[in-house]
Ligand binder design. Sequence first.
Ligand code: ZN
Length: 219
Amino acid sequence: MRLGVISDVHGNRPALEAVFSDMPRVDMLVCAGDVVGYNPWPEECVAALADREVPTVSGNHDRAVVSGTSFRFNQMAAAGVEFARKKLSQESMDWLESLPEYRTVADGRVRLVHGHPDDPDRYTYPDDFSPRLLSGEDLLVLGHTHVQGYEQYEAGIVLNPGSVGQPRDGDPRAAYAVVDLDALAVETHRVEYDIEKVAARVRDAGLPHSIASRLSEGR
Ligand code: ZN
């Protein structure tokens, strides 16, 4: 079984479309959260995942949009949350609200959580990966740091597919991963997309320009 793995789409429709068209054939797609926030297409990104019935966990931005509490966010993040709250349909808000913080798929072989198995809001960078994060699953999928990386242990794999919509690992290309669950083999992928198109929409939407400028730097 081949699994497509995405995370931290953050309302970046051109990046998500580039990932969908670049991704090899997979049997299932999963998402480790932060579908919305920052970029100007929250509704389209939620609809794309909801229509495909992609098993998804909630990220801190998804929860902030649903609850209306972004007081712990910086100005750039708070602006993205406010924008999403204005733009999202009730149906999409309901879908975001329905997302669990933890979930397993593929008969328990795959576990998804946005940040860390002990705390969905905790950052787990590739340097922090360890087999102790696993609890019986073959693959633990994390997001939140926007840094692509994976480690393969005897007990299983810990993977962050990187961020589709706002990479922060120095490579501005949209990130995703494909995992062969039978062979337990991971492929990480990067794909270019039209960052200028996002920058133009960010300006038109009145969102902070820093949301666009960080995309071209991948940070
Ligand atoms: Zn995020």
